[in-house]
Structure formats: structure tokens, C-alpha cells
Write a protein of this length. Structure first.
Length: 424
RNA sequence: GGAGAGGUGGCGGAGUGGUCGAUCGCGUCGGUCUCGAAAACCGAAGUAGGUGCAAGCCUACCGUGGGUUCGAAUCCCACCCUCUCCGCCA
């Protein structure tokens, strides 16, 4: 949600900023709706002032037993209220906010121009592929013999689900546990267990609603399955006035994520790359506005640690204007190299949302040198997607015989298993 | 699911139709006192919107949304949440 004062102060700059996302000018319309609101507020408040004054006089008149005066004043109040009845500030405010709620965040100045992922800028590449004298297989080719079962999942739930069995199921659990432990023990995040079902207000706060309803699964009682733990974690501060000293807040959670994948029919249909349900470790930071840029770098580095320690080949990409998400001002994607697929695939996305979500959530903090309340910044990042990490581990560490050598860091979580071996 | 109780400012807790944005206590901040502190005393302090150069003034907000009334924290209705008991259940 944008600060109406910013738009008022410089509508042309606002439109120019939105145009980077390919959007037409909208500031004039926003201001028109806001002016209607202000006008309605003036009319309503003037009538209320009259009512309050006369009501006091009515009370005095009745106490004095002067019912004639009281009745006359009552008629006067009624006339004043009737005259103002057509002014509906709430309706106008709702109209203005409904429009504002559909406008994406303004981009950071350093975000490169561009329309899609081909315009993203690679900033760093880490690791290199080992030499192999065999053609690496894709994860689902390896997976079949290791306990990856798509047929059973399809029977149970349909397409875009996976059943894991045996050591492979344990590997998924190990990845999640290890990532969580890493962020808690090494990176200063607080582990959280969160609701996987949330209400409209939470989805609105982080920006999934009202625009992206079709990406979500809803429940019969009006709740939503979370598409990422970013939603519950970030909404921790919704409606709160935080103490400045409590910042930054660093929260992490391992959770299942549910996405309808509407609009991606036919994409990545094989394997477990794109699922309706997947596990992810999420990182969320709530920071002082001046600290968010540095926090963004720090958070991304935390996610990068995961990939590096798993021995994966990865790169960091700064998303271009057209590829940066609705709520984000600036986003780094971490892409992992999948040797079986011979492609870079997103495994983490780290965004600085600045005050965009915080305004939607009406989260604020009180500066120590207390004057006006300020709006904190929110950031979120995958640290990292567990399902895709599992894929990357399989494809990266596969051997010619179809076995997979597990990264050292996971072995304590695997009960001594060092190698996944295909079942004959 | 059934029955009951309750949701008021950072916290506790008054207030059941007329200057109530709200008594009071605790906590917080500033000051007096003190070598310093404590205690005591004095004072300040909510959020949002409108208006104004500003000081300030005005409006709304006592879980949320409606309603009654000249006037609602107070009365009525619906919903949400919390607590207690019963039932069911991982």
C-alpha cells in the first residue's frame, strides 16, 4: 500500500515509477478519489460539529424543562444531519483504498529495466560442476529408484504432488531440519511454528489479496492455505506498534506451502519441481527503514550459505523491473544449476518490501527519540525451498550408477546414511 | 457442538444514555528535592483523519460491523475473539 501523501506530493514521479513496471499513469485517478474522500470528510465533520454543539444545548434545555427549545433544536440537528447524509467518507475511502491495494510496490532505483527473466542481471556465480564421464540424469529419473513415487501421489491427490519413501523421505526431512538449525544457530533467526491456514487480513497484509486470489487454495470456512510462511511470519507485526529496540526482528519457519499454480498448466509437469505442496524454510526480517538494504544483503547471504554448504552450484540474480514481484522493491533470486536438466532454476527469492507490506498491515514502530510513529520495513526470503533443494542435491551429487552421495552437513540428520542407493 | 462469563488507553481496573477520549492505581517520561539515588510531590503522555504558516481547533475511535436516540463506552442486533464447565476429538 502506498502512502497517499507521497502520491499527493509528486504524482508525476509516482506514475513514472509505476511505468517501470509497464503500468499506465494512475496517480490522477487516485488523487481524484482522495479529493472526493476529503470533501466528504469535511461535510460530515461539519455536520457532526453542529450536532455535538446542539446536543449539548438540548441536554441543557431539557434539564431546564424547556421542551419547546429542545424540540426546536432537535429539528435543527436533524436538518443538519440530513443535509450531510449524502456525503459518505467511508465509501470514498474504500474506493480509494481498493484502487491503491492493486498497485504494486515502487522499485528500487538500482533495479534494471526489463520485461521478463531474460533481462535479469547475474551478479555472482558460485561453485563449478565436477567433471563427469556420464550424462547426468534428471531428478525424477534418479528418484524413481530412490523412492520418489508420482503415480501413487497422483492417485491420492492428483497431478503436482509427490510421495517420497524411505531414505528419500528422510532426506527431505533432513534438509528442512538442517536449514532451520543453520538459520537459528548461525544466523540469529528465531524459529517459529505457524498456522498454515490464515484469514483474509493476513493475505491482504502481505499482498496476496486482493489481486492474486487465484494462486491460492481457500478453505470451506473462508480461510486460505499459506503459499509461503512469509504470510504468517510477516503478519506477526500486523496492527502492532513495535519498540525500536526490538528491531530487527528475524523470524524463520519450516512449513509446507500450497500453491494452485493457476496459469502454469503444462509447465514443469514432470518431477517435483513445481508442486501444489512443497516444504520451504522461510526467513523474514522486520527492520528499521534505514537498515533494510543491509538486511537484504545479509538475508540473501544466509540463503546462499545453505546452497554453498550443500555443495551446489548457484548464482545470484538481481531481478529486473518486469520480473520483480508485486510487493517487492528489490529482489534477488538464487538459482541452482541442475545438471540433469541442464538449467538454472530458482531455489530462493529474497525480497526487500520496504514499507509496502508494513503499510498494508498498519505495522509501526516508536522511535526511541519519540516523535511520530514510523513504518518499519519487511523482508522475506526462502532459506531455501526444500523440495527444490532435494532435487538439486540429487542431480548435483549423483553418480553414474544412480546413487547419490549426500553432503556432509546432512549426514548427522540421516542416521549415518552417506549414500542413497537405487533399489536394484 | 451445548451452557455460562467477558472483551475499556502499556498493564490492572472504574464507568450502564448528557462536556467521557474516558475516574483511579501501577508502569513510562519530564521536573522539584538530593552529592547521587530511592521516597515524596508537581507535570506530561493514545491512534487516525480534517483544518491552519503555526500555536491550536475540529472529527472519529472503549473487540468488529450495523441499529435506536438530539446525544451511546453505556441500550438493541449480528459477527469475531478470550475464559470457565460439559460433550467430542489428534
Amino acid at each position: 500500500m502506498h502512502d497517499i501523501r507521497v502520491i499527493r506530493a509528486n504524482p508525476a514521479a509516482f506514475d513514472a515509477a509505476l511505468s517501470r513496471r509497464g503500468l499506465p499513469p494512475i496517480a490522477a485517478e487516485v488523487l481524484r478519489l482522495d479529493e472526493q474522500r476529503v470533501e466528504a470528510v469535511r461535510i460530515t465533520q461539519a455536520a457532526q460539529t453542529t450536532r455535538n454543539e446542539l446536543s449539548r444545548q438540548i441536554g441543557a434545555a431539557m434539564k431546564a424543562g424547556d421542551s419547546a427549545t429542545a424540540e426546536r433544536l432537535k429539528a435543527e440537528v436533524k436538518a443538519a444531519l440530513d443535509a450531510a447524509a449524502a456525503a459518505t467518507p467511508d465509501v470514498h475511502e474504500a474506493a480509494r483504498d481498493a484502487l491503491l491495494a492493486t498497485l504494486p510496490n515502487l522499485l528500487d532505483g538500482q533495479v534494471p529495466d526489463g520485461v521478463d527473466e531474460t533481462d535479469n542481471v547475474v551478479q555472482h556465480v558460485q561453485g563449478s560442476q565436477p567433471n563427469r564421464d556420464f550424462t547426468p540424469r534428471q531428478h525424477f529419473e534418479l528418484g524413481e529408484a530412490l523412492g520418489m513415487d508420482f503415480a501413487t501421489a497422483a492417485k491420492l491427490a492428483g497431478a503436482r504432488f509427490t510421495v517420497l519413501r524411505g531414505p528419500l523421505a528422510r532426506l527431505e526431512r533432513a534438509l528442512g531440519q538442517w536449514m532451520l538449525d543453520l538459520h537459528v544457530e548461525q544466523h540469529g533467526y528465531t524459529e517459529c511454528a505457524v498456522p498454515l491456514l490464515v484469514n483474509d487480513d493476513s493475505m491482504y497484509g502481505t499482498g496476496q489479496l486482493p489481486k492474486f486470489k487465484e494462486d491460492l487454495f481457500g478453505t470451506t470456512d473462508g480461510r486460505w492455505l499459506i503459499p509461503t510462511a512469509e504470510v504468517p511470519l510477516t503478519n506477526f507485526v500486523r496492527g502492532e506498534i513495535l519498540a525500536e529496540a526490538s528491531l530487527p526482528l528475524r523470524l524463520t519457519a519450516l512449513s509446507p506451502c500450497f500453491r494452485s499454480e493457476a496459469g502454469s498448466a503444462g509447465r514443469d509437469t514432470r518431477g517435483m519441481l513445481r508442486q501444489h505442496q512443497f516444504a520451504k524454510v522461510e526467513l523474514v526480517s522486520i527492520t528499521h527503514p534505514e537498515a533494510s538494504a543491509a538486511e537484504h544483503e545479509r538475508m540473501t547471504a544466509c540463503a546462499e550459505q545453505v546452497l554453498t554448504r550443500l555443495g551446489l552450484v548457484w548464482r545470484r540474480v538481481l531481478l529486473c523491473a518486469g520480473d520483480t514481484g508485486f510487493g517487492a522493491a528489490r529482489t534477488y533470486d538464487l538459482e541452482v544449476w541442475l545438471p540433469g536438466q541442464q538449467a538454472w532454476r530458482e531455489i530462493s527469492s529474497c525480497s526487500n518490501c520496504r514499507d509496502f507490506q508494513a503499510r498494508r498491515m498498519e505495522a509501526r514502530f516508536r522511535p526511541a527519540e519519540a516523535k511520530a510513529l514510523e513504518v518499519p520495513h519487511t523482508l522475506n526470503g526462502s532459506g531455501v525451498a526444500v523440495g527444490r533443494a532435494l532435487i538439486a542435491v540429487l542431480e548435483t551429487h549423483q553418480q553414474e550408477d544412480g546413487s547419490v552421495i549426500l553432503p556432509e552437513v546432512l549426514r548427522p540428520y540421516m542416521g549415518g546414511i552417506e549414500v542413497l542407493r537405487p533399489a536394484a
